[in-house]
Design a protein around this ligand. Structure first.
Ligand SMILES: Cc1cc2nc3c(=O)[nH]c(=O)nc-3n(C[C@H](O)[C@H](O)[C@H](O)COP(=O)(O)OP(=O)(O)OC[C@H]3O[C@@H](n4cnc5c(N)ncnc54)[C@H](O)[C@@H]3O)c2cc1C
Length: 507
């Protein structure tokens, strides 16, 4: 048995921050276990390659069950199985969200989870190319690039098209208003991806009190008298137990609740159905699963060849307030993304790269809530993932509104020189029923599942699992209600906040 003061499970976005920050205290021994290996595929570092990484050996390659809301389709859910986790696969967009997005967090977990309370963590985490200010930091571990000359000319015209239909022009969507047209801030340095492990973990690995164990699969937790005290693992084909005074789950939205449930923590009926004995009743584990969807997409035939992106293909997320929105003015309900490639789901034929471009569209604050559960008691059992996509009228209405706005931008004057006509949804697809039918086939994940170990019912304001001593969850799964944007910036801020809290629970 190997023992640590703190055992961190999962070296992804959150785990990299937690292990690096905790090990700044030389008096604390920190173990970090990761199912995957250290990155070796050179494509990971290349921003242009990100769409082609899913399905490789370092992807957990999850899949949802068929979704009634998306024409019965199952959806691939890539997740990183590698040091750096999903930050080695992600699209590098760095968006904090709208300050209002954090109000439900504060309501669930206390005032320490409001935007204002998280702002020091957002600032501390970043090395912003735009320089330090009250809203930004320039001395943190994570490079955040505000692109300039590299922005694709098509994307510049798309942002102008947004302005022409009434969107404000923003220089920086992480410094106040989010609604408007802005270039994406990106975790890229010198033309290369910066994963959260690159930023936080790699510089910390020389510390004698930090031990990284790779290719180690965690099966479940060892508990004694209501306290988590170890993890059952397989290392080099051999089963063993790692012990620790504190255990921090950073295995992500899919794997953290599965680990809890395999350890007998969850809803008794759900556990029984998977052949697992319930040891601690916590019914909300695995529930509240939600995700952003994008439609792929509103595709246009290009009048002239579209040059490849010098960044990561999708260079501007434009947040908008639609006419159908019930959200406060200034808080978005829909998002558009200009991609300099044709992007379609498996339901449509894909035009040649360079011959077409896409305005993807989606809902920033979905109300659909699903769940996930283990398919059986073993870590090898395939989980049953049901995000319940588009299961509410409100989400279907907002999705339609997003497509209408995508078309309004796509047809606006600044993009006329680019467009040789709309390919998808295509002429004649205008009625609500036809738009819904198209969107059901065009919907794909924006890769932001959250909510399955929710702040409130599953973890308390210190991110401690309710009713179990010494056990914490610190990752995307604790997000009770999704932010408007991609969630990695928020995950890093959660981990920074938890690891940096001066009153952080030691037991
Ligand atoms: C294709 C894609 C594109 C995305 N694009 C963006 C984007 O542009 N911007 C953005 O903000 N977000 C994006 N995201 C989302 C973002 O990457 C994630 O929300 C974030 O990385 C989640 O961090 P996490 O720490 O919760 O989990 P992860 O980073 O997934 O880390 C979990 C870690 O736990 C390990 N683990 C799991 N189970 C076990 C086990 N049993 N034993 C040992 N180790 C285990 C995993 O291997 C992994 O390393 C994208 C995600 C994907 C997949």
């Amino acid at each position: 048995m190997t023992g640590f003061d703190v055992l961190v499970i999962g070296a992804g976005s959150a785990g990299s921050v937690v292990a690096a920050r905790l090990s700044e205290d030389p008096g604390l021994s920190v173990g970090l276990v990761e199912a995957g290996a250290v990155p070796s595929d050179p494509d990971i570092a290349s921003p242009q390659q990100w769409p082609f990484l899913p399905g490789r050996a370092f992807d957990w390659a999850y899949r949802t069950i068929p979704q009634p809301g998306t024409a019965g389709r199952s959806h691939d859910w890539p997740r990183g199985r590698i040091v750096g986790g999903s930050s080695c696969l992600h699209a590098m967009a760095h968006v904090r969200g709208h300050p209002d997005d954090f109000e439900p967090w504060a309501a669930a977990g206390g005032p320490g989870w409001s935007y204002q309370a998280l702002l020091p963590a957002f600032r501390r985490s970043e090395r912003f190319s735009g320089g330090a200010s009250a809203m930004h930091g320039d001395a943190g571990p994570l490079d955040v690039l505000l692109p300039g000359d590299e922005i694709h000319p098509l994307v510049r015209d798309y942002m102008d098209a947004g302005v022409s239909i009434g969107a404000p022009r923003l220089g920086d969507h992480n410094a106040g208003p989010l609604t408007g047209a802005a270039p994406n801030q990106l975790t890229i340095r010198d033309g290369r991806r910066v994963s959260v492990a690159d930023a936080y973990l790699v510089p910390a690995l020389g510390r004698p009190n930090l031990t990284l164990l790779t290719d180690v699969l965690v099966h479940d937790l060892v508990m004694q008298a209501g306290r988590a005290c170890g993890a059952r693992i397989t290392r080099g084909g051999v089963q063993e137990i790692l012990t620790a005074d504190r255990i921090v789950l950073c295995a992500g939205t899919v794997a953290s609740p599965l680990l809890l449930m395999r350890s007998g923590i969850g809803d008794p009926d759900t556990l029984r159905g998977a052949g697992i004995a319930c040891r601690h009743e916590l019914p909300e584990v695995g529930r509240n699963l939600h995700d952003h969807l994008l439609a792929a997409g509103n595709v246009y035939r290009a009048r002239r060849p579209v040059a490849p992106s010098r960044l990561q293909h999708s260079e501007s997320l434009m947040y908008l307030h639609s006419d159908d929105s019930s959200r406060a003015e200034g808080s978005p309900d829909v998002v558009l993304a200009c991609v300099v490639l044709p992007v379609v789901t498996e339901a449509f034929a894909r035009p040649e790269a360079g011959s077409a471009y896409t305005i993807m569209c989606g809902v920033t604050h979905p109300t659909s809530r699903g769940s996930l559960r283990p398919g059986g008691p073993s870590v090898a059992d395939v989980p049953i993932i049901d995000p319940a996509y588009l299961s509410t009228d409100q989400d279907r209405r907002s999705f339609r509104a997003s497509l209408r706005l995508a078309r309004a931008v796509g047809r606006a004057a600044p993009l006329r020189d680019w467009s040789d006509g709309e390919i998808l949804p295509g002429p004649g697809v205008e009625a609500d029923v036809d738009l819904d039918a198209f969107l059901a086939r065009a919907a794909m994940t924006h890769h932001h599942p959250v909510g399955t170990c929710s702040l409130g019912p599953v973890v308390d304001g210190d991110l401690r699992v309710r009713g179990i001593d010494g056990l914490f969850v610190v990752d995307a799964s604790v997000i009770p209600s999704i932010t408007a944007g991609p969630v990695n910036a928020a995950v890093v801020a959660i981990a920074e906040t938890w690891a940096g809290a001066t009153d952080q629970p030691r037991q």
